[in-house]
Design a protein around this ligand. Structure first.
Ligand SMILES: *[C@@H]1O[C@H](CO)[C@@H](O)[C@H](O)[C@H]1NC(C)=O
Ligand SMILES: *[C@@H]1O[C@H](CO)[C@@H](O)[C@H](O)[C@H]1NC(C)=O
Ligand SMILES: *[C@@H]1O[C@H](CO)[C@@H](O)[C@H](O)[C@H]1NC(C)=O
Ligand SMILES: *[C@@H]1O[C@H](CO)[C@@H](O)[C@H](O)[C@H]1NC(C)=O
Length: 967
């Protein structure tokens, strides 16, 4: 399969969108040639000097003037900069360094709205302090509470020894820069800050990091991390740029003298193609973070934490809190690429029912489409009328349907090939253009394509109409899945003009067809033991009321109208693992409405599509929360959509790696996230799918998805997987009120629903790199099996012996090793779940087939008292669908030594009663137990110190509350 020349290598990388092999990428990297510039000694760049400082209401502003002869390393030095320092809130300090002429690109406010300073914030009441040297200009950020401690961020690094950095392209030395001065050029910006040696850094993404959740800062002269920020359609390679871009990191500092820790965050608000490096200069007592950007400005936010979770909440204050999810979104989703027709899809729905495995939402990939075109269904294999009836039946059964939407729009092949989304879009001028104003043509699944330009004033109305007509034509979806939106295109940049657009074949073989059969055995399949495996029209008419053109911010249009910018091959070569920025993407000179260049806005495409889709769904499904999963994302995308971790592999390693992906996106404020369960690329197998269906039941977005041509992996395919799935889904559905409350907290305050262990236990350094276990909220700890052929699993139980962990299923107290691993039994079909002491979890008593049926049942309560009898929990309840959220009721449960008080506050009427209460940690069998003063029957189990009350009928609305007491 390996190709000796670039053209074929390009085909391979295209096909690797769904089936890559590491060797292919390596080959491609060697061959991609940019003829980019040579090494440049940035150590000779002059830096800046600060002048004309004036105080402002919330901070200060000053000029930064170039402090010597321009070095013009990778572009032209900008002589005059402005720095604005704004103490925006007690916890947030905004340091913005921009070109005084305002000609660099800045992200328009209409795309990412940012907060303003609170009126009373100033240098004297902020947690953070801005300090600076005037010449050469450098700044550092300290905590007000510890002015002499190592700064949180410190750009006084220009004298640190240079560190060699491997080029992404053999022979191209442009990235092997010397020295770390501040550089601000029209096509290259550089800023570095020291970090404590070996700092605990988390975030920066999107990435599948070989280091795990804690990023590698390197050791003595080594580069640990090159985080490349260039959104890319590629099947989850390790340590390379992938689908999304999130320039936010959190650093966690632990002081071993005091046994205390503090976290802070740094967000660079810049969407340019970039490398963010973590390294440790040779013979140096610090590590370093360095930003190398192809454009934009140095617009930094510093947030003071001081805990991991407050850092995340403060980040949400900048980019916005995540969108509210509908309650049904937490159900189990099923999808695959390769269902040949509606009959096959119906059969899968029926088999799920027959196997009694809850199916909440059925999905379709591009098989649904006619001629692989958006907003269509194939008249033969997915006839619209039959789809309409099928979806109506799902809805009748409280189930849902979600189709895929691809980023690119097919170009009509000839004048008789009428495709309304294309022709109307052309009329309404909503597609991206070439620099000369002609239509920009790329190539995706349907053949030659155009691409929506989200800056175009008519784009939203056109997109809404396309989705509306699709619904009218039978595809009555409940949510939308956005794919290929990096945006991906199979040509290297523009496919050109005057090409033969009638050729609609993809430039590579689809998986599962002769020549590209997925004949590899599942990972770990033992051929010797097992022998050869046997398993192995365009719809509707668009009508428009085009709205008045939206006005876009004129400031910061950037490379689009800067005349001295090399749009096609920026002089500095970022570590885009594809090589040239245009490979498998749009050309960087593609032009958006208002003159915006793709070079500046590439990383925003997925975000803007998600926003447009969110707004379209609000119009089409009024009053309901839009359910959207998007592959590409940029900072703030969680406001509009959730995310899945892209095209992973049916391998054990990728099941493990899914945990870091989910944790990353909690930091990025896109908490509704999950991996393709059982793996996408390659053939899955029974044991892997068994473990993965159980693990993913404890992650927010729970979807099994498979590639075309691979063996089936729906959970009913193997009996053991069916069993394991039923078990795990029952736990998930029991916990839905808890999940839902965690997501309400996320939408209200940015609190992460899924947590790394150290986010809850920040003073236990043995947890700082743990990513083989995770917590759901503060109370549930999940210890999944991540390796084949084992019946036990090791896990660490935080709290250093002071926290009691009880088994979810048996309620037995775990005899945990303090500060080290405990070995747990984990036979196939069992996932270890432990409940922390001090918890009070309101549960659905009887998990049912669908989320709606589950919701209609009664509540149960699980209380796990700590040693002093304390337990506390809050559950947020509402109708689960209203947008904006309607009335809600919060049920608070508070336990003390011998009582549990339950009270509801709020205006949402909770129809279901609490019928069963389990209290753990009751040290001896009570003589009497009362509920609301009346004696009730109970059972007691001394081994678990468990008191169980059944047959209750507690009203959760009652403001006065209900007290359960025992003595
Ligand atoms: C790089 O330079 C070589 C030799 O001058 C030339 O043949 C090739 O086309 C160039 N490649 C690019 C991408 O400009
Ligand atoms: C790149 O660096 C290598 C090793 O230092 C050197 O041999 C080579 O000549 C350099 N190439 C260019 C184009 O500067
Ligand atoms: C811009 O910077 C140059 C070079 O440092 C300096 O000489 C000049 O005075 C600056 N211009 C303004 C308007 O500050
Ligand atoms: C840790 O805390 C001690 C006591 O407050 C302090 O003296 C020391 O400087 C701190 N260490 C670091 C690395 O900040």
């Amino acid at each position: 399969m390996f190709a000796p020349h670039l053209a074929t290598a390009l085909l391979l990388i295209a096909s690797s969108a769904f089936g890559s092999r590491a060797g292919v990428q390596h080959l491609l990297r060697q061959q991609a040639d940019t003829n980019s510039t040579n090494s440049f000694d940035v150590a000779s760049c002059p830096g800046y000097s600060l002048d004309s400082l004036t105080s402002t209401k919330n901070g200060l502003t000053a000029k930064l003037n170039l402090a010597g002869a321009a070095c013009n390393a990778f572009g032209t030095d900008v002589a005059n900069l402005t720095i604005q320092v704004t103490y925006e809130s007690q916890s947030r300090l905004h340091v913005n360094i921009f070109d005084t002429a305002n000609s660099q690109f800045t992200i328009p406010e209409s795309i990412v709205a940012r907060p303003t300073a609170s009126g009373s914030s100033n240098a004297h009441n902020s947690d953070l302090v801005f300090n600076y040297d005037a010449t050469p200009f450098a700044f550092w950020i300290t905590r007000r509470s510890a002015p002499n401690a190592t700064p949180l961020f410190d750009t006084r690094v220009s004298s640190l020894p240079p560190t060699p950095i491997a080029p992404v392209i053999v022979g191209d030395n442009s990235t092997a820069l010397d020295g770390f001065p501040l550089v601000f050029e029209n096509q290259y910006l550089q800023l570095a800050s020291s970090l404590p040696l070996g700092a605990n850094v988390y975030g920066l993404g999107e990435v599948v990091a070989s280091s795990g959740i804690r990023r590698d800062v390197g050791t003595d002269g080594g580069v640990g991390t090159i985080q490349n920020d260039w959104a890319r359609d590629i099947a989850d390679p390790i340590d390379q740029n992938i689908y999304g871009v999130h320039p936010i990191y959190m650093e966690h500092r632990f002081n071993s003298t005091t046994n205390t820790s503090q976290s802070h965050g740094v967000f660079l608000f810049n969407a340019a193609g970039a490398d963010i490096l973590l390294l440790t200069p040779p013979s140096s007592n610090v590590s370093l973070i360095e930003y190398r950007l192809l454009g934009g400005t140095l617009d930094f936010y510093f947030i003071s934490g001081p805990t991991p979770q407050t850092v995340m909440e403060q980040y949400a204050e900048i980019v916005g809190t995540p969108t509210w999810q509908p309650y049904w979104g937490f159900g189990f989703h099923l999808c695959r690429w390769g269902y040949p027709n509606i009959t096959a899809v119906k059969e899968v729905v029926a088999k799920m029912r027959a196997a009694n495995i809850p199916l909440e939402t059925m999905w379709n990939d591009i098989d649904l489409y006619h001629a692989v075109r958006d907003f269509t269904s194939d008249p033969v294999s997915f006839p619209p009328a039959e789809m309409k009836a099928f979806i109506a039946e799902l809805h009748q059964n409280n189930q849902h349907y979600i189709p895929i939407v691809d980023a690119a729009i097919a170009k009509q092949v000839n004048s008789t090939d009428i495709y309304d989304p294309y022709s109307k879009g052309t009329d309404l001028d909503v597609f991206i253009k070439n620099p000369d104003g002609t239509e920009y043509i790329g190539q995706v699944w349907p053949g030659y394509t155009v691409f929506p330009d989200w800056f175009a004033p008519n784009a939203l109305a056109w997109w809404t109409e396309g989705l509306k007509n699709w619904t009218a034509a039978g595809i009555n979806f409940s949510g939308i899945w956005l794919d290929m939106n990096e945006a991906s295109s199979f040509c290297d940049g523009s496919c050109g003009t005057g090409i033969d657009i009638s050729n609609t074949s993809t430039p590579f073989l689809l998986p599962g067809v002769p020549g590209n059969l997925l004949t590899n055995y599942p990972e770990g399949y033992n051929l010797t033991i097992s022998g050869p495996s046997g398993n192995i029209t365009v719809n509707g008419t668009l009508t428009f009321d085009a709205p008045a053109p939206a006005t876009l911010s004129a400031r910061g249009i950037g490379a689009g109208n800067q005349t001295d910018v090399e749009l096609n091959a920026p002089p500095y070569t970022i570590h885009n693992a594809n090589g040239r920025l245009s490979i498998h993407a749009l050309a960087t000179n593609a032009t958006h409405t208002g003159g915006y260049a793709e070079l500046d806005t590439h990383n925003l495409w997925g975000l803007m599509e998600a926003e447009a889709t969110h707004k379209a769904l609000k119009t089409l499904l009024p009053g309901q929360r839009p359910f959207i999963i998007s592959r590409s994302a940029f900072a703030s995308a969680g406001k509009w959509a959730g995310h899945w971790l892209g095209d992973n592999f049916s391998q054990w390693k990728y099941m493990y790696l899914s945990i870091q992906g989910i944790l990353q996106h909690q930091m990025f404020q896109i908490p509704f996230v999950g991996a393709d369960t059982c793996g996408f690329n390659d053939n899955s197998d029974e044991e892997l799918c068994n473990r993965w269906m159980q693990l993913a039941a404890f992650t927010p977005f729970y979807r099994n998805h498979n590639i075309k041509g691979a063996i089936s992996q729906e959970p009913f395919v193997w009996d053991s997987v069916a069993n394991a799935s039923r078990t795990a889904i029952a736990v998930r559905y029991a916990l839905l009120p808890y999940w839902y409350s965690l997501f309400a907290n996320a939408s209200l305050s940015g609190t992460p629903p899924v947590r790394a262990l150290f986010w809850e236990f920040p003073n236990e350094p043995e947890l700082f790199a743990v990513d083989r276990q995770f917590m759901v909220g503060s109370d549930i700890l999940v210890t999944p099996v991540l390796t084949p052929n084992v019946s036990s699993v090791d896990g660490i139980f935080p709290g250093r012996g002071k926290t009691v962990w009880r088994d979810w299923y048996t309620h037995d107290v775990l005899d945990a090793v303090v500060g080290a691993n405990t070995t747990l039994a984990a036979p196939l079909g069992h996932i270890n779940v432990h409940v922390r002491d001090g918890a009070a979890l309101l549960l659905h008593e009887t998990p049912a087939y669908t989320v709606e049926e589950t919701r209609q049942g009664a509540f149960a309560l699980l209380v796990t008292q700590s040693a002093d009898g304390h337990a506390f929990g809050k559950t947020y309840l509402d109708d689960g669908i209203s947008d904006p959220p309607g009335p809600s009721t919060t049920v608070t449960v508070q336990a003390s030594k011998s009582s549990v008080k339950i009270s509801g506050v709020g205006k949402f009427h909770v129809a279901q009663k609490l019928t069963q209460v389990t209290i753990l940690g009751v040290t001896k069998k009570p003589a009497t137990v009362t509920v609301g003063g009346k004696t009730v029957k109970s059972t007691y189990a001394s081994a678990q110190q468990q008191l169980v009350l059944t047959g209750l009928s507690v009203d959760l609305n009652a403001n006065a509350g209900t007290t359960i007491a025992w003595k």
